[in-house]
Unconditional design. Structure first.
Ligand code: UDP
Length: 467
């Protein structure tokens, strides 16, 4: 039993990979009787397609200092840093106002849940005497790597980059990592630094809590050692945070998935319906990565060189990008004769379709978890950030895919890409492993609902909402 007074605010960063697990987390809370408000940053809220907001979930806008006008970031490190600072400054103030307003309106906030890069939300919650919890939307392995980076291993990890033959043995990882497997944020030579200070602040924030709570979008069977090794903060697995209809085998399109930053196309399900089982190569590099002109061309060539049907997501040009991947393709007509190219789809709907035989992915954590939970083997093409570690886990721990080899310019040539398509499409072993991870995901999803129910109960009677 949960109290009808339980009211959770979930604060999200305006990216698809933060929004999707937050939304599924919200739906689980709703399912067990809590009210949920998703606090969305103003510039992200403006960009959202809100066709089907699940009944019972309210979206409230908090300020990010970019409340009117154009897109606040062009994707450069400096612009992202600037945006994170603005969101902290204005978001903290307006989140406080939202908590105060909820109390005044008789819906006091029971708990503030916040996604990564937003640890200031815990500070705001504390001022109002409201408990908070971190929703860690990457893998437990990544949490483990960042944790050890800040708790004694920073110098060891830095050394690793100097010598590519060197292997890193971290507690809680059941394999040795090479420099090419480590998240780019911890590498001294990485052009991207924005996440590291935010992760440091995150751990400092958790240290202030007497009973810190971290929910991780994973399941125990997938990363048992990583979850256990961060004893200090006892992270709890609540994943996979995917539509329940996907996990219980009912129709995922019936489960409203549709608060998105992109407008999805309509034509891919009829197209998939007309393909035979496990015949289609699905290609998508997530919501942020933009491939180089050469890389896009190599993928196109590989797809044209196979005899297999393919579904390829090529996003439209976003603000700040000079050209879209589509602009750089010279063989569009040929590609459209052989496969389907869409600007956006509902990926979990695609991955759960029986026609899909392999997923060519950049290995963002959501995409990785979705491939495992849908039982689809992958061609792993990591670009940066945690994708490098996820790709290593896919190949060597979960054994559901093969990682591409890049040339000296960091590009995967068409021959290599095609070689990987063929290995994955033909591998019974990978398909069997992927099916096993799907079954475990389904079981975990039932167990993890109980964990959330207990948590809602734990914080349910402490709704305060006053300074
Ligand atoms: N996604 C989608 N449709 C697409 C491409 C991506 O629904 O056409 C979703 C995908 O299911 C995943 C998210 O966008 O949940 C991307 O998150 P991920 O962590 O994989 O990568 P990121 O976008 O952060 O690089």
């Amino acid at each position: 039993m949960t109290t009808a007074s339980s009211h959770f605010i979930i604060v999200t960063y305006p990216l698809q990979s933060h929004l999707n697990p937050a939304l599924q987390f919200a739906k689980r809370l709703l399912h067990i009787g809590a009210r949920v408000t998703i606090a969305a940053a103003a510039s992200g809220y403006r960009r959202m397609f809100k066709d089907s907001i699940p009944e019972g979930i309210t979206i409230a806008v908090i300020s990010d200092g970019c409340d009117v006008g154009h897109d606040p970031t062009d994707g450069s490190d400096a612009a992202i840093n600037d945006y994170i600072a603005k969101l902290k400054l204005h978001g903290a103030r307006t989140l406080g106002e939202l908590i105060g307003k909820s109390a005044n309106e008789g819906r006091p906030v029971t708990c503030v849940v916040y996604s990564i890069l937003l640890s200031w939300a815990a500070d705001v919650a504390r001022k109002f005497n409201v408990p908070s919890a971190l929703l860690w939307i990457q893998s437990a392995t990544m949490l483990n790597i960042y944790y050890h980076y800040f708790y004694g291993y920073a110098n060891v990890i830095k050394e690793c980059e100097k010598d590519p033959s060197w292997s890193l043995d971290l507690p809680g990882l059941n394999l040795q990592l090479k420099a090419r497997d480590l998240p780019s944020f911890v590498m001294p030579s990485s052009p991207y630094t924005f996440a590291l200070p935010a992760f440091r602040e995150q751990f400092e924030e958790l240290e202030k809590e007497s009973n810190p709570k971290i929910f991780v979008n994973t399941y125990n069977e997938l990363e048992p050692e990583a979850l256990r090794s961060i004893e200090k903060f006892s992270p709890v697995a609540v994943g996979p945070l995917l539509p329940s209809s996907l996990l219980d085998g009912t129709d995922p399109s019936g489960d409203s998935l549709d608060i998105a930053f992109f407008r999805r196309s309509e034509d891919y399900i009829p197209w998939l319906n007309s393909r035979s089982e496990s015949s289609v190569i699905y290609v998508s590099f997530g919501s942020i990565s933009v491939l180089s002109r050469r890389q896009t061309g190599e993928i196109a060539r590989a797809l044209l060189d196979t005899s297999r049907p393919f579904l390829w997501v090529i996003r439209e040009k976003a603000g700040g990008e000079e050209e879209s991947e589509e602009d750089s393709l010279t063989c569009m007509d040929e590609l459209e004769k052989r496969g389907l190219i869409v600007p956006w789809c509902c990926q979990v709907e695609v991955l759960s379709h029986p026609a899909v035989g392999c997923f060519v992915t950049h290995c963002g954590w959501n995409s990785s978890l979705e491939s495992l939970s849908c039982g689809v083997p992958v061609v792993a093409c990591p670009q940066w950030s945690d994708q490098l570690t996820n790709a290593r886990m896919i190949e060597d721990v979960w054994k559901t895919g093969v990682r591409v080899r890049k040339d000296e310019e960091g590009v995967v040539e068409s021959g290599e890409m095609k070689r990987c398509f063929e290995i994955v499409m033909e591998s019974e072993e990978m398909r069997k492993n992927a099916k096993k991870w799907r079954e475990l995901a389904v079981e975990a999803s039932e167990d993890n609902l109980k964990i959330l129910r207990d948590f809602v109960q734990e914080v349910g009677d402490d709704s305060v909402g006053k300074e």
